[in-house]
Design a protein around this ligand. Structure first.
Ligand SMILES: [Zn+2]
Length: 503
């Protein structure tokens, strides 16, 4: 009863806030291909009485845990009224613009964004391509992220395509409306002329937008991708999108997961020099795909709702990133893409990148999640002496957790059940993020007993007793090269364990 009253009061408060700030936002974006700019104009119309408009540009992008301060790429800001008269404005802080509105409360705000970086969190206008990373291009009204926004792209006449997770207007394929800014900020776009393919799979629509498609059809990416999607769907029991867009660009760095898309830079070709390189690439694609569950839906509490002005510091990025690395291996196995040797080789990579280094004795996995905001891309020379990378230790803990849960539950459950529980309980039912205690409670619930040793391996720099922890699964570590292998003569129970893990 008390809760119902509180909910009602909150609803009334939010409705009255919306009534006070009734407005419409329509952006127009024109790529300047000669000078690498995006020319942006915002048509703002307000029906409420507020005399000022405060616009705010995000300081970071979801999935990229570093303050990027996108406003550094902005220039030539101006604001005029409907008659073309300049409006008074001033900048506040690093990423806020306060504009005095005219009597009719309408304003046209313009600025240019320099877009010339080959990075998944940054925009780029080059030749016949524009990649748009929305957090660095669009501003929201301060405090009003949950407001619809429309964007129209004004493209050069010979540009053919626009690819994104957003759906275009039925009558204008250059115009998109996002229900809120969280959606817009998490929907990158590729514009221009590039390789495009559409296909349906298990009732959902997919789009591949590839800047450098060399060899893509020969390598069978579409079929492998479908197998990854099917494996993830079977594991999670649900698909959280209608349509999914895969944006791959030429040579650059890294990939970034989004609500119903992924944006990645590749090596500029799909002709891989070896089977190992091909598997590594598919693991990369699977990683970004699985993020749509693990981090977009299965979210640490600190990442929901998002605050684009401040760091979203959480001790659980090792869950979001580290366990997603573990699921690269799992999904490729479930999809039937890798054989046992290839799967073990994939896992071995993490051990060899983590175990030999001194940093494990100085920083816990938990702490590394906090500190990522200090050193996401800024690697000091002593990185591996004093720090732990959750991309490397995270999947190792994923494997150990999976083994421990399978062992404790007598093979009835696995880490997959933890992922499903977090997804269904916190994302779908409660529609919120999970806390650290809730994560470990979910592990205990699935395993049938708490796993304090596993938590200790995450929270402290304690040594990992690989032999003892991996033995039940019939696995061992060769410390000469830190590769993970099947034990030489597995017992009956170890053989059964290996079989259950498809190893
Ligand atoms: Zn990731």
């Amino acid at each position: 009863m008390k809760k119902t009253l509180l909910t009602l009061l909150l609803l009334v408060a939010s409705l009255s806030l919306q009534a006070q700030m009734d407005f419409e936002m329509h952006y127009f974006v024109t790529p300047d291909t000669t000078n690498h700019y995006l020319n942006v104009t915002l048509n703002y119309q307000q029906t409420s009485d507020t005399k000022e408009l405060v616009l705010n540009m995000p300081r970071w992008a979801p999935g990229y845990y570093e303050m990027l301060d996108f406003a550094k790429h902005l220039c030539d800001f101006s604001a005029i009224d409907n008659q073309g008269n300049a409006l008074t404005w001033r900048k506040e802080g690093l990423n806020r613009w306060r504009i005095q509105l005219p009597e009719d409360r309408c304003a046209k705000v313009s600025y240019r964004i320099y877009a010339n970086e080959r990075d998944v969190a940054s925009s780029r206008v080059e030749g016949n391509i524009a990649f748009i990373a929305p957090p660095g291009v669009f501003m929201h009204v301060d405090g009003h992220l949950q407001h619809p926004v429309t964007v129209t792209f004004l493209l050069p006449p010979h540009w053919q395509h626009i690819s994104t997770g957003l759906k275009p207007h039925a009558d204008d394929t250059s115009t998109f409306t996002a229900p809120d800014f969280d959606t817009l900020y998490d929907s990158p776009l590729l514009l221009g002329n590039y390789y495009l393919s559409h296909f349906s799979h298990e009732g959902h629509d997919y789009e591949f937008a590839l800047e450098t498609p060399d060899g893509v059809e020969e390598c069978g990416l579409q079929e492998d991708f479908k197998r990854i999607v099917s494996a993830a769907t079977e594991m999670m029991g649900h698909v959280p999108y209608d349509n999914y867009c895969l944006i791959h660009m030429g040579q650059g760095g890294g990939g970034l997961e989004h609500l119903n898309s992924q944006a990645c830079y590749t090596d500029g070709t799909y002709r891989f020099p070896s089977r190992q390189a091909h598997v590594k690439f598919l693991a990369f694609v699977a990683h970004e795909y699985f993020h749509l569950y693990n981090v977009k839906c299965i979210r640490p509490a600190e990442l929901w709702p998002l605050d684009y002005d401040h760091e979203a510091i959480t001790p659980m990025l090792w869950v979001s990133e580290g366990l997603t690395c573990y699921y690269e291996f799992r999904l490729l196995q479930y999809a039937g893409i890798t054989n046992t040797d290839e799967a073990l080789q994939l896992l071995s990579t993490y051990f060899s990148l983590y175990a030999p280094y001194e940093g494990q004795r100085h920083t816990s996995l938990r702490q590394s999640s906090y500190d990522i905001w200090l050193n996401f891309m800024n690697k000091d020379a002593n990185e591996r002496d004093v720090r732990v990378n959750y991309y490397f230790k995270g999947p190792i803990i994923g494997l150990l957790l999976d083994v421990a849960i399978r062992q404790q539950s007598h093979q009835q459950h696995s880490l997959d059940d933890v992922m499903r529980l977090l997804y269904n309980r916190y994302y779908r039912q409660l529609q919120r993020g999970f806390t650290e205690e809730e994560f470990w409670a979910a592990v205990a619930e699935v395993a049938g007993t708490p796993l304090p040793e596993m938590r200790q391996l995450v929270d402290t720099t304690a040594d990992i007793d690989y032999d003892r922890l991996l033995a039940p699964a019939g696995l061992c570590i060769d410390t000469t090269d830190w590769s993970i292998r099947r034990v030489a003569n597995p017992t009956k129970s170890q053989s059964a364990f290996l079989k259950s893990m498809q190893l």
